[in-house]
Design a protein. Sequence first.
Length: 160
Amino acid sequence: MQSIYVIKSEPGPLKIGIATNYLSRLSQLRVSSHLPLSLVYIAIVEGDAKVVEKGTHKLLESFRQKGEWFNISTEEAIKAIEISANESGVLVKSQDLPQKRKRRTAYDYVKTYRSKQIEAGSRRLSILLSPDAAQKAAELQTSTGKSLTQIVEKLLRDAT
């Protein structure tokens, strides 16, 4: 099943095209473009996507910059797609845009590793403490908001 998409260049025109895999198409375009590109609209076409695409391009002919690129707003592009689909009797279903995944940085991995190390250290400390000392440390942890490791280190410093 094909999709009709609108891709925006920063700053600049919009590309209106069709693809079976719009994310792959966006990736291809990004490789060959010196401008940042983003997907701003996607719709599944149930019928002849080529008819909708050609009709949309014809409606926007006076705004064509080059090829499938047009100097119009996203709203104007979507409206033209809807008009073309209605005129050709083809069903077009707008889709939610895919969410960008947050890329984890090296800092994120180190932070996660460090918190797991601290948690494991706290578990080892609570095993080593007597039941009374463990209870006292847990009370201090709750009242001060400090980690078990910090509390035990302070208790050890105070004891020496």
